[in-house]
Design a protein around this ligand. Structure first.
Ligand SMILES: Cc1cc2nc3c(=O)[nH]c(=O)nc-3n(C[C@H](O)[C@H](O)[C@H](O)COP(=O)(O)O)c2cc1C
Length: 165
């Protein structure tokens, strides 16, 4: 899959808004992710409101890119009724990667803002989107049309591969 090898974190965006059809495709990619026991713990908050983007941009020390993004998706998970709740954050991380890859495929770009497992930052993100109590914030993906592009760095390292034969 080419997008795996071209995706980069994008933190600067053009002011052009992202079309609803593209946001829909990104969400569909997120829902297509695998999850433990297929529990699909995720819920998604799609944010295009500038005031809320500003608040999300202050929710963690490294959330600055959200402030100049045209959109963000907050990835959250249900706290109750899960088969294997201990895997909920891992499931959300995989859904988040699907989001990042679909953004790349659509000519968009984005960056994951580390939120969970830090409770104060999870609470700040939840507050910004008025999240109901039965949900927990996992991360924020800030996205939009990239202001500039750069090639992905090659991180392949043969020394870190261990063949067990
Ligand atoms: C769990 C996680 C948390 C991250 N948190 C932030 C963040 O808070 N702010 C930010 O600008 N980038 C964040 N990033 C993006 C990383 O800095 C980025 O993925 C890394 O530097 C590699 O660069 P690349 O994504 O362009 O390949 C995060 C990435 C991951 C996977």
């Amino acid at each position: 899959m080419d997008t795996i090898f071209t995706r980069i974190s994008v933190r600067h965006f053009e002011p052009k808004p992202v079309e609803e059809e593209k946001i829909d495709k990104v969400l569909r990619a997120a829902f297509a992710a695998p999850s433990a026991k297929n529990q699909q713990p995720w819920e998604f908050f799609v944010v295009t409101n500038r005031d809320v983007l500003q608040e999300l941009g202050n929710a963690t020390p490294y959330a600055g890119p959200v402030r100049n993004a045209t959109a963000a998706i907050v990835v959250a998970y249900r706290k109750e009724g899960l088969n294997v709740p201990e895997f909920a954050q891992i499931d959300c991380a995989i859904a988040t990667e699907n989001i990042l890859l679909e953004l790349e495929a659509l000519g968009l770009g984005g960056v994951m803002i580390g939120t969970a497992p830090h409770k104060p930052q999870m609470a700040a993100v939840a507050k910004a989107v008025n999240m109901p109590d039965h949900l927990e914030a996992f991360t924020v993906v800030a996205f939009g049309y990239p202001a500039k592009r750069r090639p992905q760095e090659d991180r392949y390292d043969a020394e870190r591969i261990h063949y067990v034969k």
